[in-house]
Design a protein. Structure first.
Length: 632
């Protein structure tokens, strides 16, 4: 295979067909790298070619795309992420998840930009990759093990290696099962672990002995060292290094945006028990991902009434999902539930929102205790929540229904249960509230994978970030753009941020570089990408924003193929019709339709359907979406 014209890439895609055992290596098309960069962008381009609306997410015909970008493994700050893309079994539309740690760089070190998993094995297997040596091996002895046991077994068998694995939740096709690498880092959202399980794939175990070559090593090294220094010296990075993402609990409480009682409120009366200065007392070690100076991962050691727990995390989202969301302030119980999700292989956010949904319909007497298998699933009852989590992972009793996610569970239960299902497009809502933070209304309602905070989390559109907001969006947008409760300019802020996030998720690096802490922006990537790849076009910030816009539009067209229109770009009525009951956002609701009109207009999408116009697709070089919009 001839040398790939860009550095920073390996120029190879590994395809493993589990049905027939065929393993091939393909050349990465140069134009895919040039116009979609890598990571999520590459995944979108490949998925468009190969996954049509007739393909069931859990069928052998669905495919998993495991993807890196040109910055992965280079030593640029926080360049340790990878993404998984597929048709989601939870939502039925675009599925996307990502994770940090060391698994992503190992893919590059082994010589690949992407791994594509096809078909279904007749018996449980795992994939063993050691550079050019790729084998499908029996995992019958691993099936039934949790993630920690699986990872330990494979590391003992193949040391040194990096492992991404599923637990019992993935084996049992829980719709929000996740893939966990390095025993603690979750590619958590949209059910990628269920697709692993549907393919009888227990794990991928990879060892790479190579490196990542860059086009201008001396200049890259000098720039990367300055970038690392910027991260280390940033005052918010220092706080993240000390406390990790639990810092956000205090911040969200202060702004009235801490999801409480299934998003009923934004203020948790016992939030102080979960503040970072309380939780840091249980920290015994700090960990970072590949090439990261922040080190936001905290290893907690707790003696709880359940057992002695040593666990990495929970992050803010886990504390929210199992804490304020359930009216639970016992950090030991929250850590226990997070530790269970790590071992069993479930997404913290979706698992927590399924529990809060069940608690609320129990409170409203839509279901009774008998329906819940005798579990007294009251608000603030950690024992009941823990018992139900176990049932969900193994699909036992009512857990079989809840394992489908809140949308399907509510539809089956009926009797008004849909009102309490907090989701967008089938994806359970993460730890933000559109009533308190208006740009979230656009972010959650329009994001390709559903209620998503990791594709356009603006952050700086609130007081205290005026200068950053002015730099990113224009000083003429002040002061309205930093008014958390105002609609003006929020669609514009989301559009711009979404394109930068698309760039970030394709490059591929951690979003903490641009959100909070607010260290880098598109100009920084325009400086580094030419040094890595040798492609001078990447040195133009406008061209990078165009790549981001192209990726956003392609993901939208994939969803159009799966039936998504404007009617799906919505929020639960809790956010649009039920005023926030207390806190700084008291009385607020999200006025979504006006912002949607503005967002569609800025994007060049049809106002009635939410579909990108033919002219917009042509302008972005996406003519192929017009040639076969309904099928692969």
């Amino acid at each position: 295979m001839e040398q790939f014209p860009y550095k920073g890439y390996k120029g190879r895609i590994l395809r493993v067909n589990l049905s027939n055992g065929k393993i091939i290596t393909q050349r990465l098309p140069k134009e895919y790298a040039r116009y979609f960069l890598g990571g999520v962008g590459l995944g979108a381009r490949l998925l468009w070619n190969e996954i049509g609306p007739e393909i069931d997410p859990l069928s052998p015909d669905n495919k998993l795309y495991i993807l890196t970008g040109p910055l992965t493994g280079t030593g640029w700050p926080a360049s340790g992420r990878y993404s998984i893309v597929s048709r989601s079994p939870l939502t039925g539309i675009w599925g996307e998840s990502s994770s940090g740690g060391y698994f992503g760089p190992e893919i590059k070190f082994a010589g690949y930009d992407a791994i594509v998993i096809e078909g279904r094995a007749s018996k449980p297997v795992y994939i063993r990759i050691e550079d050019d040596s790729v084998e499908i091996r029996s995992a019958e002895d691993l099936w039934g093990m949790d993630v920690i046991e699986t990872t330990k077994t494979l590391k003992e068998r193949h040391d040194p290696c990096r492992v991404a694995a599923i637990g019992p939740a993935g084996e049992n096709l829980v719709k929000f099962a996740c893939v966990i690498n390095d025993a603690a880092r979750a590619a958590g959202r949209t059910g990628m672990g269920a697709i692993f399980g549907s393919k009888n794939l227990k794990a991928i175990c990879i060892t790479g002995y190579g490196s990542v070559e860059v086009a201008k090593p001396d200049e890259f090294f000098e720039l990367a060292m300055r970038a690392h220094e910027r991260v280390r010296e940033d005052e918010n990075s220092i706080l993240f290094r000390k406390y990790g993402t639990p810092l956000l609990v205090r911040w969200k409480q202060a702004t009235g945006e801490l999801p409480t009682k299934n998003h009923y409120d934004g203020i948790f009366p016992e939030a102080e028990k979960l503040y970072e200065d309380v939780l840091v007392k249980f920290v015994v070690h700090t960990r970072g991902c590949y090439a990261c100076d922040i080190g936001c991962k905290k290893l907690y050691l707790l003696n709880t009434k359940y057992d002695r727990i040593l666990v990495e995390g929970p992050e803010y989202e886990g504390i929210m999902a199992f804490g304020s969301n359930l009216l639970i302030s016992d950090f030991g119980a929250i850590a226990k539930m997070h530790e269970m999700c790590n071992r069993l292989g479930m997404d913290d956010i979706s698992a927590g929102k399924v529990l809060s949904f069940a608690m609320e319909i129990y409170e409203k007497r839509i279901v009774d205790r008998e329906f819940l298998d005798g579990i007294d699933l009251r608000w603030g009852n950690p024992d009941a929540a823990i018992e139900m989590l176990e049932k969900i992972a193994y699909r036992r009793g009512v857990g079989n229904l809840l394992a489908e996610g809140v949308r399907r569970a509510a539809e089956k239960i009926g009797k008004g249960a849909e009102r309490y299902a907090m989701h967008v497009k089938g994806l359970e809502i993460s730890g933000q509230d559109a009533r308190a933070y208006r740009s979230i209304a656009i972010t959650h309602s329009t994001a390709a994978r559903g209620a998503d905070h990791l594709t356009s989390l603006v952050v700086v559109d609130q007081p205290g970030f005026e200068e950053v907001a002015a730099k990113r969006f224009g000083r003429d947008k002040l002061p309205e753009i930093v008014d958390m409760h105002g609609e003006k300019h929020k669609a514009y802020a989301v559009k711009v941020t979404e394109e930068v996030y698309a760039l970030l998720n394709s490059a591929t690096v951690c979003w903490y570089q641009i959100s909070w802490p607010c260290i880098f922006w598109v100009e920084d990537f325009a400086e580094v990408l030419p040094l890595v790849t040798g492609e001078e076009a990447f040195g133009d910030p406008n061209e990078l924003m165009r790549i981001g816009e192209r990726i956003v539009n392609l993901k939208r067209m994939i969803n159009v193929r799966f039936g998504v229109t404007r009617k799906d770009d919505t929020l639960p009525e809790r956010f649009t019709k039920e005023p926030m009951p207390s806190g700084p956002a008291k009385g607020q609701v999200a006025q979504l339709d006006k912002m949607l009109d503005e967002y569609y207009t800025l994007r060049g999408w049809d106002l009635e359907t939410g579909v990108p116009t033919p002219q917009k697709l042509r302008d972005l070089g996406l003519e192929f979406c017009l040639e076969r919009p309904g099928k692969a």
